[in-house]
Design a protein around this ligand. Structure first.
Ligand code: AMP
Length: 282
């Protein structure tokens, strides 16, 4: 497994892999790995990528002022050990000055789909995400890039960016990997202790509740969303940011009778900001 620490090293690796006729899969992460990340690596291999590059970069551009950039959990040695057990051929670990040298000024703004939901609560977040992923695509030259549905709006933003900028990268969405009690895996779950960890179940519980209603024949978007919201609002340790029903493809707001709907939720539990979602009718 090769370690690449700057864009030039990443590019040279990608050029060599392409010259050898290999298909490159890219799995971008911010590290502090869990099974959700590892599932993305497996999916990249299953998509026929003989050369899988994973990146670890806590991207300052996607954190708003006052967010958890400084205290975001980091453990490079543990992450590399985990990637070594998987089919990762190269790990890209650029430093902040490599990605954003003095005088850096170029950003990618994806209109429409990056507004609302998390975009409304995290100013500049998706601009930072789109920018760093564009830079990762240019350095790693992947044929395929795998992203988790856990960050559903992010996936929609990146699909739009890839299309609009003609990156020619196949974007693959990967199902959410959950803890046994339903909590969606996240590096930020490390912030949860004791009662907060138990309270955090309210997000997935609400989504499962909406899913059960849908299975029982309920099709009114508002009723489904209200069921999810009620579980979160009923948890005293949780502070709801949003619970919304959106079109699974366009993320356009939905109301009334729906054939398919994605319910997206965000809430703060103790020191952690948590997000989760479920798509019903697909
Ligand atoms: P992060 O390190 O949190 O930026 O996440 C890196 C990638 O892993 C993103 O594409 C996430 O959507 C994905 N991911 C994070 N958590 C999960 C999960 N529980 N299940 C599936 N994918 C995930």
């Amino acid at each position: 497994m090769e370690l690449l620490r700057n864009p030039r090293a990443m590019r040279e690796w990608a050029d060599a892999r392409r010259a050898a006729g290999e298909r490159i899969g890219l799995v971008p992460t911010m590290g502090y790995l869990h099974e959700g990340h590892m599932s993305l690596v497996r999916i990249a291999s299953e998509k026929g990528c003989g050369a899988v590059a994973a990146s670890i970069f806590v991207n300052p551009a996607q954190f708003a002022a006052g967010e958890d950039y400084e205290k975001y959990p980091r453990d490079e040695a543990r992450d590399l050990a985990m990637f070594r057990t998987a089919s990762v051929s190269a790990v890209y670990l650029p430093g902040v000055p490599d990605m954003y040298p003095e005088g850096y000024r170029t950003y990618v703004e994806v209109e429409g789909v990056s507004k609302g939901l998390c975009g409304a609560f995290r100013p500049g977040h998706f601009r930072g995400v789109a920018t760093v992923v564009a830079k990762l695509f240019l350095a790693a030259k992947p044929h395929v890039a795998v992203f988790g549905e856990k960050d559903y709006q992010q996936l929609a933003v990146l699909r739009a960016m890839t299309r609009d900028l003609d990156f020619g990268v196949e974007i693959v969405g990967a199902p959410i990997v959950r803890e046994e009690d339903g909590l969606a895996m996240s590096s930020r779950n490390a912030y949860l202790r004791g009662d907060d960890r138990i309270a955090a179940r309210c997000l997935s519980r609400g989504l499962f509740r909406a899913g059960a209603l849908f299975s029982g024949g309920e099709r009114e978007a508002e009723v489904l969303v209200r069921a999810a919201r009620a579980e979160i609002e009923g948890e005293p340790r949780a502070r709801l940011e949003y619970a919304e029903g959106r079109d699974p493809d366009t993320l356009a707001p939905l109301s009334g009778r729906v054939g398919a709907v994605t319910i997206l939720v965000a809430a703060r539990v103790g020191p952690a900001r948590l997000i989760d979602n479920v798509t019903l009718g697909r």
